[in-house]
Write a protein that binds this ligand. Sequence first.
Ligand code: FE
Length: 342
Amino acid sequence: MTARPKRRLLGLLAAIGLLPAAAGAQEVNLYSSRHYDSDRALYEAFTKETGIRLRLIEGDADQLIERIRSEGANSPADVFITVDAARLARAAGAGILQPFKSAAVETRIPAALRSKDGLWFAIAQRARVIMYDKEKGAPAGLARYEDLAGPAGAGLCVRSSNHPYNVSLAASILAADGPEKTEAWAKGVAGNLARPPQGGDRDQFRAIPAGQCRLALANTYYLAAFGASQKPDDQALFKRIGVVFPNQGAGDRGTHVNISGAGLVRTAPNAANAARFLDFLTSDQAQAMIALGNMEYPAVPDAPLHPALEAMGRFRAEPVDAETTNANAAPALQLLQRAGWR
Ligand code: FE
C-alpha cells in the first residue's frame, strides 16, 4: 500500500471512530446531551469557519459526566455541553471541567450566566411558563408558580416530576419558599392535575384545545417551535395558547429559567481548538443560530430573539443559581414524589 491511500484509510478509520485521529489533526471532541438539528448546523458552521472538525458524542448528561470521569486522562472529550443548571453544577462538582477564561466569554456572557470559577458558561436559556387557552381567556388569580397549588391552578397538566425541568423548578421554589411551603405547594399541584403526568412538555399544551387540560406548565421553546412551524395546524395551536410569565410582581423573584451551558473538559487533548469552539459559541453567528434555530433565549443579551418567542412578550427572569439548584434537586424531587406528583 502506498503512503497516500494508507493515510486515507487511516483517516477513514479515525473518522468512523475505529482509530484515534492522527496527532496534530484539527479536531475537537464534543460530549453533548443536547440533541437539536440546529446544534448540528451550528457545528457545521464552526467547521466551515475554522477548518476544525467537530466530533459529536451524544448522550444523557449524567452518563456523559460518568464517561468522562471513567475515561480519565485518556478521555478524548474536549468540550462538555448540557441542558440544566443543576447538571452543569454536577459536572463542575465531578471535577471533569477546568476553568476557561476568555475575553469573548467574559465580555459577552453576563456574569450571572457563568460559573464563578470559570468552569462553564450558558449558551442559551428557556423559561418555564404557565400556558392557557386564549379562547377561554387569561386565567384569573394566576400570577405566580405558587398560585398553581390553589384553586386558580385547577386542571393543570405537567410532565413527570422526575424530569430535570420540574426538578430544577421545584429546587428554585424550595430555595425561595423553604421546605414546608414547598411541600404544601407540591401537594396542591398534585391535587390540581387534570390527569396523571404523561408525555413531554409539548403534550401538555397540545391537550389544552381539546379541553383535556385547562392549564399547562411547559418551556417556552416548545411552544415557540409551533409558532415557527409552516404547518397551519401548528400555527393555529400557537395562536390559541396564551402564556403567563410567573412571579413578575414588584419585588418577586422572576420567572424560572433553565440554561444550557458549555465547559472545557479538564483533560481536553485539543484544548486550543476547544477554546476556539467555546469562543465561537458566544459569537453573533452562533447565538443567532441557537436563538433562531431552536427558539431559545440567547445567552448574549443583545442577540436576536425568534419572532415566535418575541410574540410571547418580555419578562424578568429569576437569577440562575446552579449550585443551589443542584443542592436542592434531590430534596425537591423527594417533596414532589411524596406529594403524589408522579
Ligand atoms: Fe427540552
